[in-house]
Design a binder for this molecule. Structure first.
Ligand code: ADP
Ligand code: MG
Length: 259
């Protein structure tokens, strides 16, 4: 890509902690319910981490805490060297640097695919429409959907919508991409196209944290798998080890159910 605005984006704010996430002693309650307890997790810059675990184990809550959509109520989270605390400027910075892809796509239905991709780069990063459009078309091409740029989300399949959601997140040039079960709302025949897109993205230097039970993806891409149960990290291992030889009975039971 030759665009100078893009080149500037790519080098802006680089420092030794770019792409790192540190989670120390994090807890989160919803009323009386303890959704996360004493979670400790250090994610290295460029690392590809897969989080799995039974429904209700706190996976979404944990990754939502990592970009401040959800606020933690104990412990500390530091993202790209910036503490995720009550300071609005810190939270805003982290939101700009961390992309998120949801299970249910969350595209704006009243906007075209292209407008969905232009919104945050223009409004949050202050990019010109021309520069934002160049970036958007680049990423829409990368997810092989550039020719649908003027369609509305409802005119696309679920797999296509999720690829747009991934492109939209990438348009912010995030150092970290969080994905929360990106394929679990898709019809089976569309899972592969989205997983292939994610595998392609994982080849770059971006830090990726993905909640998924897609073992093939985890084996191919993940440096490490985290297994959560009842709000805690119960096990962590490289994918071959976790899927081949889970240590805890809870992980064994879980894997027996998804295999
Ligand atoms: P997972 O993603 O692993 O399925 P979640 O992180 O979504 O689990 O939820 C963990 C637990 O916290 C669940 O028991 C869920 O019901 C509860 N929970 C999540 N979000 C809220 C909320 N906004 N209000 C109350 N309880 C919640
Ligand atoms: Mg979830």
């Amino acid at each position: 890509m030759t665009n100078s605005a893009l080149a500037k984006e790519q080098t802006a704010g680089e420092n030794g902690q770019s792409g790192q996430i540190k989670v120390v002693g994090v807890g989160k309650r919803f009323g009386p319910f303890q959704a996360l307890s004493d979670v400790n997790l250090e994610i290295a810059s460029g690392e590809k981490l897969v989080i799995c675990g039974p429904s209700g184990s706190g996976k979404s809550t944990l990754i939502r805490c990592m970009n401040g959509i959800e606020s933690h109520d104990a412990g500390t989270i530091v993202v790209n060297g910036v503490p995720l605390d009550k300071v609005k400027a810190n939270r805003d910075q982290i939101r700009r640097e961390v992309g998120m892809v949801f299970q249910s796509f969350n595209l704006f239905p009243h906007m075209s695919v292209l407008e969905n991709c232009l919104l945050a780069p223009m409004s949050v990063k202050g990019m010109s429409r021309q520069d934002a459009k160049e970036v958007a078309m680049h990423f829409l091409s990368r997810v092989r959907i550039a020719e649908q740029a003027l369609k509305y989300p409802s005119q696309l399949s679920g797999g296509q919508q999720q690829r747009v959601a991934i492109a939209r997140a990438m348009c912010m040039k995030p150092k970290i991409l969080l994905l929360d079960e990106p394929t679990s709302a898709l019809d089976p025949e569309m899972v592969k196209e989205v997983l292939d897109t994610m595998v392609g993205l994982a080849q770059g230097g971006m830090t990726m944290v993905c909640v998924t039970h897609e073992m093939g993806f985890a084996r191919e891409v993940a440096d490490r798998v985290i297994f959560m149960d009842r709000g805690s990290i119960v096990e962590e291992a490289p994918p071959e080890e976790f899927f081949g030889n889970p240590r805890t009975p809870r992980a064994q039971d879980f894997l027996a159910q998804i295999l």
